[in-house]
Design a protein around this ligand. Structure first.
Ligand code: SAH
Ligand code: SF4
Ligand code: F3S
Length: 475
């Protein structure tokens, strides 16, 4: 999945999704929920579903965990340090629990699914453990805890998509929002814990996706990002209406969402190189409002390593997909994920990753040292035999290379005019606005009173920093 921030740093799982103060939509119980999210955008999106379920059950939200009655932490298992960060954070909740013994502490998401009831033994302050498909059960589980029990629900589902739940937009800028279009993953990349924590792949009703996009547009939002672990395998068989039995694929879904309004930008993440089709690329080029930006994780540039990773494509296939993108959408931005030091990776194979990066010159990348995850195919089959310092050194080389390429891409944008959706004030100054261009690059420019957040402006990029374009409105 792509990240919320657009920097050249290595992955940071520590972004916290604190709930803004919101009032209950159901009968008030006066109880306050605090929720914090780690990991990928799917988790942030799930927290919005959780908040919606609890608001319907009389809760209100708070952004201060010290005044909460229920503290939820929505967790990530993707790498060991992601889990470590959550454990450290739980320690910080201990004093709140000591002050307020009635405080309910819940662990949600991927770590909950991975560790199940073991969590209750390992972390004594935790009262509830809930997996990603069991959020509808939360009110019931909280009742159990109120009755003095511990509560666990980690059942995975083949159907649950939360299609009928309207997410409560947390930490929102009111301009851009995520829409989950599918859950789970049926790929078995050997390094990856997601198929175990998120279960089988299932696609959400296309009509509910379009409705959510329309509702967001009506509420003033101007950008949606369609989310799934592998959006290109989206497939929904229409049950009723005008075309029962029709199967809607990802390209068709993209077009349906793009049709909501030409003023609504559509983005998506993540594309799997084995599944991204020319049909998707042609759909992107047909609609001006589908952004020219693709996150296409390569993981490694070596065909042998890709085979061990069970990615089901090789170096040539990946390059062919990049060529297709460049041919059909010449201005498309491309980003990637890279893992260094996967089991048995040699120095030459690492060089192949670097040469792949030279070939594509990614606009942006998320880069990681391999972290063995218990239960995955790689953990069972292969020895984690690349020494930590070698993984780190290779990671540094990959990061350095990416910095060169990010700068190269940014410099190419300088001197050009970009259509930018204004998201709000820049982080650094309330004299400046910020927003993204089509290729997802952040652009900062002085405020012009004629334009407000949510509007599109044309900005001439005059210079760049390491990750941002700086310019001025020209129209
Ligand atoms: N569905 C997405 C990936 C989601 S996980 C895809 O297929 O691209 C996000 C990224 O985390 C992956 O692309 C991978 O680069 C990284 N990752 C996953 N498991 C990892 C592990 N065990 N060690 C290091 N990085 C890992
Ligand atoms: Fe993990 Fe592979 Fe699925 Fe991505 S496609 S979530 S890397 S198993
Ligand atoms: Fe996402 Fe982390 Fe789970 S990346 S799917 S929250 S393991």
């Amino acid at each position: 999945m792509i990240e919320l921030q657009h920097t050249t740093k290595t992955h940071d799982e520590s972004r916290q999704g604190e709930a803004l103060d919101m009032l209950p939509t159901g009968k008030s119980t006066g109880r306050k929920l605090y929720i914090e999210s780690y990991g990928c955008q799917m988790n942030f999106s799930d927290s919005e579903i959780v908040a919606s379920i609890l608001l319907d059950n009389g809760f209100e939200t708070t952004k201060d965990y010290k005044e909460a009655d229920v503290v939820f932490i929505n967790t990530c298992s993707i790498r060991e340090n992601a889990e470590q960060r959550v454990r450290n954070r739980l320690k910080e909740f201990e004093s709140a629990k000591a002050k307020n013994p009635g405080l309910v502490v819940g662990v949600l998401g991927c770590m909950a699914e991975r560790l199940k009831s073991k969590f209750l033994e390992e972390e004594k302050l935790v009262d509830v453990v809930v997996g990603p498909d069991a959020y509808r059960d939360l009110p019931n589980l909280i009742d159990k805890v109120d009755d003095g029990n511990k509560a666990v629900n980690v059942l995975l589902s083949r159907e649950e998509t939360y299609a009928d739940i309207s997410p409560v937009r947390l930490n929102s800028n009111g301009i851009s929002a995520f829409i989950s279009i599918m859950r789970g993953c049926d790929n078995m990349c050997s390094f990856c814990v997601v198929p175990f924590t998120r279960g089988r792949e299932r696609s959400r009703d296309c009509h509910s996706v379009v409705k959510e996009a329309q509702d967001l547009f009506n509420a003033g939002y101007r950008e949606v990002t369609l989310l799934g672990q592998n959006v290109d395998s989206y497939k929904y068989s229409v049950a009723e209406g005008e075309t029962p039995g029709q199967v809607v694929n990802f390209a068709q879904l993209l077009a349906m969402v793009a049709e909501v309004s030409p003023e609504l930008r559509v983005r998506f993440s993540t594309s799997h190189p084995k599944d991204i089709t020319d049909e998707v690329l042609h759909t992107m080029s047909r609609y001006e409002n589908i952004c020219n930006y693709i996150h296409l994780p390569v993981q490694s540039g070596s065909s042998r390593v890709l085979e061990l990773m069970n990615r089901t494509y090789d170096r040539e296939w990946y390059m062919d997909r990049v060529n297709a993108i460049r041919r059909i959408i010449p201005t498309c931005g491309i980003s990637t994920d890279v893992i260094t030091g996967f089991c048995t990776e040699t120095e030459e194979e690492h060089q192949e990753t670097l040469s792949m990066m030279d070939y594509v010159k990614y606009d942006f990348a998320y880069m990681f040292a391999y972290s063995e995850r218990p239960g995955t195919l790689a953990a069972k089959r292969y020895e984690d035999d690349v020494p930590e310092e070698v993984k780190k050194r290779r990671l540094t080389e990959v990061v350095n290379k990416q910095q060169e390429h990010s700068l190269y891409r940014l410099q190419n944008f300088v001197g050009k005019v970009h259509k930018v959706l204004i998201e709000g004030f820049s982080k650094r100054s309330d004299q400046d606005y910020c927003g993204r261009n089509d290729q997802n690059t952040m652009v900062v420019f002085p405020i012009d009173e004629r334009f407000k957040p949510g509007q599109y402006v044309h900005v001439l990029a005059e210079r760049c920093t390491s990750a941002t374009l700086i310019g001025r409105i020209v129209e």
